[in-house]
Design a protein around this ligand. Structure first.
Ligand code: CUA
Length: 339
């Protein structure tokens, strides 16, 4: 019986995840009903209990509705007859007592248990802190103690409690990787903290969960939980400055990049490009996606993105650069060399 129940739960959870995937742009699946950490499991369990309680109320209400329709020609209430005391009792029980008990239990469980279990880690209780800053519209990710800066794709070691400091550089955003924990608002001037933990290595899709402007729907993020040794080598690679361009095309592209608007908005560590408006591009090719998970990092998509960013993510802050065909090709060559 327990097995059958849990297979029903899994089937329901994967159906919900599939629906979420269909609704999103196909860049991955995310569902709070498919938890991969203890905090997310607590949230999912609370959700299932709430669904069960709501189902009992729903079925009970349907039952009473059908009963009263079938006995529509009989005087008084079904089962209770014409007694005034009985009908007052019915209203008091179902209208006041039961809702009061249900809401009190929900309040107690949600606030005393689930809220505590999903809360930010105690200060100094984790070995790793990362800083996530929300921008209109991408996520900047820094690793204090390391020069590494990346965007949108957040690497953490698996099975490790990570303290995440969430900030905003402009308006209110909300950081949410539903398979790992609850959402946390990114509020300008007020850093919030949260716990990130993943039971096993994997890629966990997340999103901005607060309407933050025109292209809010294109502000995806992904948490990559790596085996701890892989995470350490990833972090060491990310901390290095950008590779020097190798070919004459790449060198020409770097020149175009540094002389055009690109360098005013983006940083490429190890070069004069020090802009802070767009994502750090030092190791762009180490990321699977472009533009906050909007496009895969292929040459064709990168080229199309640089030509007309507004086509893929209307309202984003990257302008059309007006490069010649040769300049455009060279810049793409250079960006492709940033491993
Ligand atoms: Cu950032 Cu919505």
């Amino acid at each position: 019986m327990a097995n059958r129940l849990s297979s029903w739960r899994r089937a329901f959870a994967s159906a919900a995840a599939a629906a979420a995937a269909a609704a999103s742009s196909g860049c991955g699946v995310q569902s709070p009903l498919d938890p991969h950490s203890e905090p997310a499991r607590k949230i999912a369990t609370l959700w299932w209990w709430m669904l069960a309680a709501a189902a009992v109320v729903f079925i009970g209400a349907l039952f009473l509705l059908v009963l009263s329709w079938r006995r529509r020609d009989t005087e008084g209430l079904p089962l209770l007859g014409t007694s005034e005391r009985a009908s007052t009792g019915l209203v008091v029980t179902f209208g006041i007592v039961i809702p009061l008990i249900a809401l009190s239990v929900l309040f107690a469980v949600a606030n005393l248990s689930v809220a505590r279990d999903t809360d930010a880690p105690e200060r100094g209780s984790t070995k790793l802190t990362i800083e996530v800053t929300a921008h209109q519209r991408f996520w900047e990710v820094r690793y204090p103690g390391s020069a590494a800066v990346t965007a949108n794709e957040i690497h953490i070691p698996a099975r490790t409690r990570v303290n995440v400091v969430v900030r905003s550089a402009d308006v209110v955003h909300s950081f949410w990787a539903p398979e790992l924990n609850r959402k946390v608002d990114a509020v300008p001037g007020h850093p919030n903290r949260m716990l990130l933990y993943a039971d096993e290595p994997g890629r966990y899709r997340g999103d901005c969960a607060e309407l933050c402007g025109v292209d809010h729907s294109h502000m995806g993020l992904a948490v990559y939980a790596d085996p701890p040794s892989e995470f350490r080598s990833w972090l060491a690679r990310q901390a290095r400055p950008a590779a020097e361009p190798n070919t004459s095309a790449e060198r020409a592209g770097q020149r175009v990049f540094l002389d055009s608007q690109c360098a005013g908005c983006h940083t490429i560590r190890g070069t004069e490009a020090r802009g802070g408006i767009g994502p750090d591009l030092t190791h762009l090719q180490e990321r699977d996606t472009l533009a906050a998970l909007t496009l895969p990092t292929t040459r064709a998509k990168l080229s199309a993105w640089v030509r007309d960013p507004q086509r893929f993510k209307p309202g984003n802050r990257m302008p059309v650069l007006g490069l010649s065909a040769a300049q455009h090709r060279a810049v793409v060559d250079y960006l492709e060399s940033l491993r």
